[in-house]
Design a protein around this ligand. Structure first.
Ligand code: BEZ
Length: 211
């Protein structure tokens, strides 16, 4: 069965470009983006890994560790690093899991046989510090991911963990947010001192509370 939102992310041991890891130990008290790509030395994947390296500081600022995976071996991942640097100007600054026996890919259901029997799809798992899976995304091999969108969803998850709010369509950090329907108007006055606007009784907005 596939991994669903709210599930505890399975632990594993793996070889990575930064050494052997035990996943839970490696997570520590951080959030994690675990993502798979189909194959080393392929064009879309090369652009994606360069972009993830470029965004390193943006992930760190949110207490997020990033880790990649494909079913290629360690030697391949290491050799590909210099191509990624040549092509994108970025040095890969996060570990890449080598999973030639597909142990992790199968644990996380990253091989979708009706798409490809030999390679992983573009899976993304956002895992919180309690090891719960908070976001899953699956993209096809032919479509590079938008990692700015993954940062946006992490901003939303971290904000909505802290306050009784949710984030509307196309929300960006700094935009108004939605007051949780379970919060009464009386409570909202106390919880959101900047005030709130009632568009419908179930749709009230308030300035982002942490800024
Ligand atoms: C790519 O990264 O360009 C790619 C990888 C596998 C299949 C198709 C495209």
């Amino acid at each position: 069965m596939s991994i669903q939102l709210g599930d505890i992310a399975p632990d594993f041991r793996a070889s990575t470009t930064e050494g052997e890891i035990s996943f839970y130990d490696w997570i520590g008290d951080a959030w994690v983006v675990l993502f798979s790509h189909p194959k080393d030395f392929t064009p879309v994947c090369t652009t994606e890994l360069g972009e993830v390296a470029r965004l390193k500081e943006d992930f760190l600022r949110r207490n997020v560790k990033v880790i990649g995976l494909s079913v290629d071996d360690l030697e391949s991942h290491e050799a590909w690093g210099s191509d990624i640097r040549d092509a994108t100007g970025q040095v890969v600054n996060f570990p890449m899991i080598a999973d030639p026996d597909r142990a992790v890919a199968e644990l996380y259901d990253m091989i979708h046989p009706n798409s490809s029997t030999t390679t992983t799809v573009r899976s993304v798992f956002v895992i919180d510090p309690t090891r719960r899976v908070r976001l899953t995304i699956t993209y096809p091999a032919s479509t590079g991911r938008n990692f700015a969108e993954i940062l946006r969803t992490i901003d939303s998850l971290q904000l909505t963990d802290q306050y009784q709010v949710s984030t509307p369509v196309n929300w960006q950090n700094g935009d108004d947010v939605i007051v949780a329907p379970a919060v009464s108007d009386e409570e909202a006055k106390m919880l959101f001192p900047k005030g709130f606007r009632t568009i419908k009784p179930y749709l009230r907005t308030t300035p982002q509370p942490d800024i």
